[in-house]
Ligand binder design. Structure first.
Ligand code: A3P
Length: 320
């Protein structure tokens, strides 16, 4: 593996010279790699994940564009899938962050290790991972196996505002605040971490329509509107439907409650400590509302993004 690792390093060092490059938001440069924009730091983790990850038929992967509600989906999928592996009032979410319980592949497990020992790392019966990479870039074994993917999308206006504020917050104090105009223009041109936004969403959308038993496509706004109904749908898709008895006992509502924004945000574990990248855990919880974009975007911005949405989603069957 060491030799393979070194040859991957050499390959990527050469590759990076040839990739399209753009100034990032806070980060210095973004590179267009495998159809999406990422920092140089992530080329290797993504490459290692693609090269070495071997999916099991029983695996579950949650996939999202950053700021679409990943933290929420991780908590929901974890609590639903593993609910029979811990006592009712001992949900591990009480002591661990959703990101510790459902680890990112490229942003965590493969970040500093080309071949993480997933056997030891995964302690629950079904392996549950997360990713932000586009469908087209997933390793073949994920696509070819019977493993399941749950994708969560969110209205691009809210995604943009959430990403802008998140990125602004994690900037160093002596840096100038991120100009809304500038980053909005970049977002519309697809230039942001893991962008273009529409390419990713449409990639998973099309794949889910072609293969609905393999890929479940959820919307943040639908979860907000009727979490119980969406949770039942999720459990059914994952092959662990809630029994009548569980429904009577209020298990669905309990999961919804412990995963809710208010509950997760108030837990000590989510209020302190740092995520893998060094970002404070508390930054993953801001408002958790639908439509907060209206407090930030100008009417010209809204008009531009609305037109883009219309153009990009035209004939796709997907609406926001
Ligand atoms: P806002 O910035 O709009 O508040 P991600 O988890 O993909 O990084 O997304 C973060 C966004 O999801 C933030 O949105 C955050 O507040 C929101 N969020 C986090 N936990 C949530 C929860 N349990 N329910 C609803 N929204 C949540």
């Amino acid at each position: 593996t060491e030799d393979a690792d070194k040859s991957l390093d050499d390959e990527l060092r050469q590759l990076v010279q040839t990739l399209p490059k753009e100034q990032g938001w806070r980060v210095s440069n973004l590179y267009l790699y495998q159809g999406f924009w990422c920092t140089a730091q992530f080329l290797k983790p993504v490459a290692s994940f693609r090269k070495h990850f071997r999916a099991f038929d029983s695996d579950v992967i949650v996939a999202t564009f950053p700021k679409s509600g990943t933290t929420w989906l991780k908590a929901l999928a974890f609590s639903t899938l593993h609910r029979n592996q811990f006592a009712k009032d001992e949900n591990p979410l009480l002591n661990f962050t959703p990101h510790q319980l459902v680890r990112f592949l490229e942003h965590d497990l493969y970040l500093n290790n080309p071949c993480p020992d997933l056997e030891t790392i995964c302690v629950y019966k079904t392996r549950l991972f997360a990713t932000h990479v586009p469908y087209a870039c997933l390793p073949a074994s994920i696509k070819d196996s019977n493993c399941k993917i749950v994708y969560l999308c969110r209205n691009p206006m809210d995604v943009f505002v959430s990403l802008w504020l998140f990125t602004d917050k994690i900037g160093e104090e002596n840096q100038e605040p991120l100009s809304l105009d500038k980053v909005f223009d970049k977002f519309c041109r697809g230039i942001c971490i893991h962008g273009p936004f529409f390419d990713q969403v449409l990639g998973y959308w099309k794949a889910s329509r072609e293969n609905p038993d393999k890929i479940l496509f959820l919307k943040y706004e639908d979860l907000k509107e009727d979490i119980s109904c969406q949770l039942k749908h999720l459990a059914m898709f994952l092959g662990v439907p809630f029994t009548e008895e569980e429904e009577k006992q209020g298990v669905v509502e309990e999961i919804a409650k412990i995963c809710s924004f208010d509950k997760l945000q108030e837990l000590e574990v989510n209020r302190k400590g740092l995520f893998v990248s060094g970002v404070p855990n508390e930054n993953f919880f801001r408002k958790g509302k639908v439509g907060d974009w209206s407090n930030y975007l100008t009417s010209a911005m809204v008009e531009r993004l609305e037109k883009l949405i219309q153009w990009k989603l035209d004939n796709s069957g997907l609406t926001f």
